[in-house]
Design a protein around this ligand. Structure first.
Ligand code: ADE
Ligand code: ZN
Length: 315
């Protein structure tokens, strides 16, 4: 089954580049940049990947991202991810990056972007993987800081297809970013947002009505609101669902409780994604495999999920 799932042509629409930083590369970049790490070795770091909620993960994820310093580091990070995609027949990617995680540490915006962009270009030319980059704002920071980030990005407007919204969800509703998303859309950028991962269905309504998003990232808590589910079905709004992430972060206690196949059968346009594969135990194929093992996903359902990912591309 793994080989069959692996061979399905797929798109990945919910992937944080910083979340694809494998412990081995993290240690290699720390050595290259002469950074002392609080973990003795790769194994010790891997053992720390046990989370009770989103915030516990984010604390480690931001700490890990500190080894990314140079253009080459961002290139190597992105290139390693694209090679995984090639191995799993992921033919199109729309990855996120979090500029504020880096600019707040004094890394220039241009250093981050140039490294990522060069790898995406090589991915297209050497691996045949098409891509569209999404600039994501950190929602635990202010809207003013998001505006500053957008200003830094606009000279490179053509490098992006969309803006996104991630980081700590509870207490940071989409409404907090209504104006900065309006500005981004006025520049011709599309919009997506994390909503309904840990946050309530209300955050999904806000993402749709206030941020005017084309897709919802996660969105699994929509299941609590029948009117919202009906809207997602009627308007065929894609949800970029991340099964292994959801179980690792205890959104669902185990895969047997995940609602992705129920949503699929109801007619919601759900897709399968890896979110932060280095931290959650797998890339796209491993996420499909987990649905097979934990939920008894059929081949027909897998085909539909893979087709949905191709249909839900922004570019
Ligand atoms: N940043 C990286 N992964 C994330 C997730 N699953 N939710 C919110 N912010 C994130
Ligand atoms: Zn995410």
């Amino acid at each position: 089954m793994y080989d069959w799932l692996n061979a399905l042509p797929k798109a990945e629409l919910h992937l944080h580049l910083e979340g694809s930083l494998e412990p081995e590369l993290l240690f290699a970049l720390a050595a290259r940049n002469q950074i002392a790490l609080p973990w003795a070795d790769v194994e010790t770091l891997r053992k720390a990947y046990a989370f009770n909620n989103l915030q516990e993960f984010l604390d480690l994820y931001y700490q890990g991202a500190d080894v990314l310093r140079t253009e080459q580091d961002f290139y190597d990070l992105t290139w390693a991810y694209l090679q995984k995609c090639k191995a799993q027949n992921v033919i199109h990617v729309e990855p996120f990056f979090d500029p504020q995680t880096h600019t707040d540490r004094g890394i220039p915006f241009e250093v981050v972007l140039t490294g990522i962009q060069q790898a995406l270009k090589d991915g297209q030319q050497q691996l045949g993987i098409s891509s569209g980059l999404i600039l994501s704002f950190l929602r635990h920071l202010s809207e003013e800081e998001a505006f500053k980030t957008l200003e830094q990005a606009l000279p490179f407007r053509d490098a992006f297809i969309a803006v996104g919204l991630d980081s700590s969800e509870l207490g940071h509703p989409p409404s907090k970013f209504e104006r900065v998303f309006a500005k981004a859309r006025s520049e011709g950028l599309l919009a997506v947002a994390h909503a309904g991962e840990e946050g309530p269905p209300e955050y999904i309504w806000q993402a749709l009505d206030l941020l005017k998003v084309s897709r919802i990232d996660h969105g699994v808590r929509a299941a609590e609101d029948p009117r919202l589910i009906q809207r997602l079905i009627d308007e065929q709004i894609p949800l970029t669902v991340c099964p292994l992430s959801n179980t690792k972060l205890k959104v669902f206690e185990h895969m047997g409780q995940h609602n992705i196949l129920k949503l699929l059968e109801m007619g919601v346009k759900v897709t399968v994604n890896s979110d932060d594969p280095a931290y959650f135990g797998g890339y796209v194929t491993e996420n499909f495999m987990a649905l097979h093992d934990g939920l008894g996903m059929s081949r027909e359902q897998a085909q539909k999920l893979a087709q949905n990912s191709l249909d839900a591309r922004l570019c």
